[in-house]
Ligand binder design. Structure first.
Ligand code: BEZ
Length: 235
């Protein structure tokens, strides 16, 4: 697999896939950032939710393992702090009041080192607020592709990972969120953005045919997302 196979396209992300951070706004509400709090945004992407948290008066560091995403985040919000780092490798001496993560942790395998790094970044009593793909996420797409490169745990499985790493779970829910992507090309654009390494043209065309009866209606594709939303406190 070449480097470019895994590269992100921040322009495509900010235009066609902005539902990722639009839906993430309600997760910022759940985080309830307070003025002066120090908050880590894990997998900040192009920085829109980092900015939203800063607007609440918090002091935020956004990290992302993609150089392309970090470059775009810095361009979008030059006054904010962004660092190139995956969560499993992240170390800090200045601890955080909260760690936030939207639509990212399904990319992080194995989950244990990431949970340990989240705990290590938090003050005792600090909070962890995250949403990502839960068990059964995009099941029809994975079945059609025949390949699942992601980590979509059940509540029980992920709660265990957090608890083993010093994070006490306060709430957890898995819920469906069929997500509309506009136009005939919508599924194809979604697959191009997110399937890494990319699927070939023949596979994509076969998937469009197989998935159309279940996922396409009224001029749009509906991605069969199932979200795992979880909150925890550092012990
Ligand atoms: C998700 O947000 O659930 C997701 C996004 C891209 C690929 C896989 C899952």
């Amino acid at each position: 697999m070449s480097r470019s196979d895994n590269a992100w396209d921040p322009g495509l992300y900010d235009s066609t896939h902005r539902y990722v951070f639009d839906y993430g706004e309600s997760l910022v509400d759940l985080l309830a950032p307070r003025p002066g709090e120090r908050i880590l945004d894990v997998g900040c992407g192009t920085g829109h939710l980092t900015h939203k948290i800063v607007e609440a008066g918090a002091d935020v560091v956004g990290i992302d393992s993609s150089p392309e995403m970090i470059a775009q985040a810095r361009q979008n919000y030059p006054k904010l702090t962004f660092k190139l780092s995956g969560i499993a490798d992240f170390r800090t001496e200045q601890l955080f009041d909260a760690v936030f993560s939207n639509a990212v942790l399904h990319w992080v395998q194995p989950p244990g080192p990431a949970a340990a790094a989240i705990r290590a970044a938090l003050k005792p009593g600090g909070r962890f607020v995250a949403e990502f793909g839960g068990h059964g996420n995009i099941a029809s797409i994975i079945a059609a592709a025949g390949r699942n490169p992601w980590y979509f745990p059940s509540i029980g499985e992920y709660a265990g990972v957090l608890e083993q790493n010093g994070l006490a779970v306060n709430s957890a829910v898995v819920f469906p969120r069929p997500t509309r992507v506009e136009g005939e090309q919508g599924l194809r654009e979604w697959l191009t953005m997110f399937y890494k390494p990319p699927l070939g043209e023949e596979v994509v065309a076969r998937m469009e045919r197989a998935l159309r009866p279940g996922l396409y209606r009224d001029g749009a594709w509906f991605i069969d997302y199932k979200r795992l939303r979880i909150t925890a406190t550092a012990e």
